[in-house]
Design a binder for this molecule. Structure first.
Ligand SMILES: CC(C)(COP(=O)(O)OP(=O)(O)OC[C@H]1O[C@@H](n2cnc3c(N)ncnc32)[C@H](O)[C@@H]1OP(=O)(O)O)[C@@H](O)C(=O)NCCC(=O)NCCS
Length: 189
């Protein structure tokens, strides 16, 4: 199955692979989610979640590929792929907009993994012809806000909850994305 999006080494030398999520990842995703700190859970899901149930994990992992894209970053330990991070976007059929979210496991934060996932989401959304990407972020989540700013999102009032802001950007058109893909491909040879 060729669903590998990226491979690189983490700061401590661990080999990491980014690929599309597979249904068979579900059990390991559950284990990883249940190891997250309270802060990471709140920053991603906006509520405190004591335990991720099978049903909750299934809802996160089982996607409709026509309107969703879900990436997972894995490290390999004793021949087992362990999820350490992930990201997704969801779009509605009729609108060229999509909503993204990111999650990096606590020990892996601050090493550029979130940035890599966000860039991969932007590339795929552009390839699908989507024109705008946005995400809801807690106003007291400086790391996500900094990451979004660095990726040219603007930060605006969400019009929802007081503690939630919207990060929003236009996406490159398909043609411009094809050029970027070509340059990226040549650069990596
Ligand atoms: C927010 C999150 C996705 C960021 O991913 P990450 O891998 O930790 O971030 P990165 O290492 O890719 O950092 C990217 C940028 O964020 C900023 N950043 C990183 N650490 C930071 C910190 N401690 N304080 C402020 N900004 C920080 C920097 O701009 C950094 O760019 P640089 O590498 O050029 O310095 C991750 O921390 C996370 O999953 N947190 C919990 C869940 C969450 O908040 N999800 C977001 C909801 S959509």
């Amino acid at each position: 199955m060729n669903d590998i999006v990226d491979r690189w080494r983490a700061m401590d030398g661990t080999s990491l692979v980014m690929r599309e999520m597979r249904p068979s990842d579900e059990a390991r995703v559950k284990e990883s989610l249940n190891k997250l700190s309270a802060d990471a859970r709140r920053n991603r899901f906006f509520v405190s979640i004591a335990e991720f149930s099978d049903a909750a994990v299934h809802r996160l992992v089982a996607i409709d590929p026509a309107r969703e894209y879900l990436l997972v970053v894995l490290r390999r330990e004793n021949d087992i792929d362990i999820p350490i991070a992930g990201g997704r976007f969801v779009h509605e059929d009729e609108r060229p907009d999509c909503a993204f979210s990111l999650l990096v496991g606590d020990p892996w934060q601050g090493q550029g993994i979130g940035r890599r996932i966000l860039k991969a989401l932007i590339r795929e959304a552009s390839r699908r012809g989507l024109r705008r990407m946005y995400g809801h972020v807690l106003a007291d989540n400086p790391r996500m806000l900094e990451l979004a700013r660095a990726q040219r999102f603007t930060i605006v009032e969400s019009g929802q909850d007081k503690g939630v802001v919207l990060v929003d950007r236009q996406l490159p058109g398909r043609a411009s994305q094809r050029w970027k893909d070509l340059v990226r491909c040549l650069w990596r040879r």
